[in-house]
Design a protein around this ligand. Structure first.
Ligand SMILES: NC(=O)c1ccc[n+]([C@@H]2O[C@H](COP(=O)([O-])OP(=O)(O)OC[C@H]3O[C@@H](n4cnc5c(N)ncnc54)[C@H](OP(=O)(O)O)[C@@H]3O)[C@@H](O)[C@H]2O)c1
Length: 164
């Protein structure tokens, strides 16, 4: 099985986005995202691609999913189905599903690792992450951080591995 992981930032009410934007600005989360994903394939839905302030994201292969057969986006690898994504993923290097809601929902059942930033606040949103079922997932690493002048919310970095 190819190594595929999810990376996502989730609020207490599972909110992840509104009006095709993120709900917070947490510089340390962006730093962590960059550190984990650089040098890897990142896979995203077309909405998430167009939500990126700078696109494609540098130093990563940007894979963009669309149903629109034949559509091309400069400097991106296109995928037109779930199976396309699986065949594009590297066999021996971690691949990252980076959003959004529709894409997380499809890939959560098959990924092995979740890199979650838990934002300890509640947000009004139109896109939510599905339930992380404790029967299937074990938190293996947890780091907690607190409000400071650049981070208006407490947050935690949590890594989950699928229970075998
Ligand atoms: N908090 C976080 O960590 C985080 C991370 C990423 C995104 N987000 C947020 O999530 C929101 C966007 O999520 P979203 O659910 O609206 O959209 P999305 O998942 O980014 O993109 C959905 C689009 O991707 C394409 N797609 C998805 N699955 C496909 C498949 N199996 N085959 C072919 N095409 C497929 C379709 O594009 P076509 O319509 O072109 O067919 C679909 O409309 C934004 O608010 C964004 O800020 C949050």
């Amino acid at each position: 099985m190819k190594p595929i992981s999810i990376i996502v930032a989730i609020a207490e009410n599972n909110a992840i986005g509104k009006d095709n934007q993120l709900l917070w600005h947490l510089p340390e989360d962006l730093k962590r995202f960059k550190k984990i994903t650089e040098g890897h394939k990142i896979i995203m839905g077309k909405n998430t691609y167009y939500s990126l302030p700078k696109r494609p994201l540098p130093k990563r292969t940007n894979v963009v999913l669309t149903d629109n057969a034949g559509e091309q986006i400069d400097d991106c690898v296109m995928a037109y189905s779930f199976d396309d994504v699986i065949s594009i993923c590297d066999p021996d290097k971690e691949n990252f599903i980076i959003g959004g809601g529709l894409v997380y929902r499809q890939f959560l059942p098959i990924v092995q690792t979740l890199y979650i930033t838990k934002v300890h606040a509640f947000f009004e949103a139109d896109i939510f992450f599905p339930l992380i079922d404790p029967d299937n997932w074990k938190a293996t690493e947890i780091e907690n951080y607190f409000i400071d002048d650049k981070h208006p919310y407490n947050y935690s970095f949590v890594t989950y591995r699928r229970k075998s």
